[in-house]
Design a protein around this ligand. Structure first.
Ligand code: ZN
Length: 137
């Protein structure tokens, strides 16, 4: 059931995106509301990428500059719903929550990728089959 609910939520957000692109914002909002209800009904958390897409106050599907206004203010991203006026404030840096939860200082340097230091991975040549005839003599 959980798997079906997830698929349903994905499908509803895809529909919401499509309707928003064609200007049917009321339909988009309706799809978002349905997706949220599916999530509530089956106790499925909406994916983080979906949770960025709508207002938690009025379930409006957010289209940048149309139904939501994003401003950067004192290190935070504040997104104001232009439908109900609800403000969501998020840290500008994304995907830091795991580091913060682990108790590490969030200001630590971003770990460098090893690939950047050693260059592209060496592609090994396929080893040639041993030449039996050379062993003669
Ligand atoms: Zn709203």
């Amino acid at each position: 059931m959980v798997r079906i609910a997830r698929e349903r939520i994905s499908a509803l957000f895809a529909l919401a995106e499509r309707e928003a692109a064609t200007g049917h914002r009321d339909l988009s909002d309706r799809y978002v509301a349905l997706a949220r209800r599916v999530g509530t009904r089956y106790n499925v958390r909406l994916l983080a990428e979906y949770r960025e897409l709508y207002c938690r106050g009025c379930s409006a599907y957010w289209v940048e500059g149309v139904t939501v206004r994003t401003r950067l203010r004192s290190g935070r991203r504040s997104r104001t719903c232009l439908r109900c006026g609800r403000v969501r404030r998020l840290p500008v840096r994304e995907r830091t929550s795991e580091v913060d939860r682990a108790g590490e200082p969030s200001l630590r340097a971003v770990p460098r990728s090893d690939v950047a230091l050693v260059g592209p991975p060496v592609v090994e040549e396929p080893s040639e089959p041993p030449d039996d005839e050379a062993e003669e003599g």
